[in-house]
Write a protein that binds this ligand. Structure first.
Ligand SMILES: [Cu+2]
Length: 151
């Protein structure tokens, strides 16, 4: 993932494509599709580990690497700007999401997880990625929610 991202960044700079636009990668989505948090609401107070259940309508879940129309796998963005924003926002839309503590991939096709979060306020966002971890065009993203983890 790191290698792909680095290559993508270099390519983007070389071609002068580092412009921010609300487009994703080469894989088309169903623009009507929705990804959402099933069990968490914006403003909720929860205990860690936090169970997060991913909802998807209008498209299907498939493991990473699966070439099948109208499918993707879930990614959980933790404590970072909304998809497409921030320093690498344009790159991640075109070249894919990194894998680190702020970007958790569910390439096995999982539809829920448990995350350990420190007490305090955290933001979460769900993003569907294609077989190569790149957001679709149109990107399928949830609202960013803010939750509070109790002591
Ligand atoms: Cu991924």
């Amino acid at each position: 993932m790191k290698a792909i991202t680095t290559f993508g960044t270099a390519l983007g700079l070389a071609l002068g494509l580092a412009t921010a636009s609300w487009a994703g990668g080469e894989t088309p989505s169903n623009p009507e599709a929705k990804v959402y948090f099933v069990n968490l609401e914006d403003g909720a107070t929860v205990a860690s580990p936090v169970t997060v259940v991913f909802g998807l309508s209008g498209m299907g879940v498939a493991p990473a690497g699966t070439e099948k129309e109208n499918t993707g796998h879930h990614h959980l963005l933790i404590d970072r700007p909304p998809l497409g924003q921030g320093e690498y926002g344009a790159d991640e839309l075109s070249y894919g999401l990194p894998a680190d503590e702020h970007h958790v991939h569910f390439g096995g096709g999982q539809t829920e997880t448990q995350v350990e979060l420190t007490p305090g306020s955290h933001t979460l966002q769900l993003v569907l990625g294609d077989l190569g971890h790149v957001p679709h065009t149109t990107p399928i993203v949830s609202d960013v929610i803010t939750i509070t983890v109790s002591e």
